[in-house]
Design a protein around this ligand. Sequence first.
Ligand SMILES: [Zn+2]
Length: 310
Amino acid sequence: MTQIVGNTVQQSILLHAATNNILPHSLLFSGLEGIGKKLCAVKLAKTMLCASGNACNTCPSCRQIDHATHPDVIIIEPNEKGNIPIGTDDQEGSIRWLIGRVNLASLNQKRVIIINDAHCMNIQSQNALLKTIEEPPAHTFVILISSERNQLLPTIRSRVTEYVFHPLSDSDLVSILHKSGIDRQTYDSIIPVAGGSASYALTLARDSLFSQLKEAYSAIAGFICQPLVFSYDLSPIIHEIGAYRTIDLLINIFRLHCTKNMLPWLHSELDQTHAVEIIKILLELRKGISRNINIRMALKGMLYSLCFTK
Ligand SMILES: [Zn+2]
C-alpha cells in the first residue's frame, strides 16, 4: 500500500469508512493545491475495488486504476483550456459523457468517479451534475476535488460531505523534495515560500522560476518603497505556471515579511503595514482570476492607488 505524506487523520477516517462500507456517496476533498487530495481519492478507489481490500497496488484492479483502464473508475480532469465542459454524451471527459457512463450498469459492485479540479466546471456543468451528486446510482461514489471550493455552487457544496485537507508540514515537504532528488540547499530556500504545498515546492524548484518570482516580488516591493513607474509584467510567469500559482506564491513571499524570520533576499525597506496592503491587493487579484480580469492592468492600478493614499 502506498503511503501518502500528510493529512493522516483525513486519510485514516476515509480509509476506515471505505473498508467498513460507511463511506458517504458524494464527497468533496477541499484544500490547497498539491497536498495529496487526488492521491487520497485514488487510494480510496483502489481500497474499495482491490482484490485484497487494501489498495495492494499489485492485483489486476489496482493495476488497472494505475493505468487509467479500470472500467469502474472514471477520473475527469480539466481540458487543455482549464475547463470541464458540459459537452455531449459522446464527448469523452465532459459532464454529459460522465453522466451517461454513470447511468450504465456497473461491471463490478462499486464504481468511483473522481472529478479533479471540480471548480473548473462552469455553472452549467455543475448544475448538470447536481442530480448525480444528490442521488448517485447504487454503489457509485463521486469524489469532487477542489482547491477553490468557493467556486463550487452552494447547491453542490450542500450535497456533498466535505473533507478539508491541510497544508503539509515542512518535514513532510522535505521528505517529498528529497525523494524527488532535490538537494538540501534548494529545498531549504524554497520550503518557506511553498506554503505547505508539494506542487508549489516542486514548481519553485524548476530552473529559473524562483528567481523570476523574486524579481516580481522585488519590483512590487521596490515600487512601494520608491513609487516611480511600475512596469513589471507577470505574464511570463503566469504563462508558465498559471495565474493562481503565481499569485499564491507572491502572497506567500509577502507573508514572509510579516513573520520575524526575514530572509536575506527580502526587501528590508518594505514595512509590514505595506506588505499587508500588498497581500490584500494580491488577494483581490486572485478573486478576479475566475472573472478573467487583466492582471497586469489591475495590479498596476491597485499599486498606484496604494501609493497615492499612503
Ligand atoms: Zn489491489
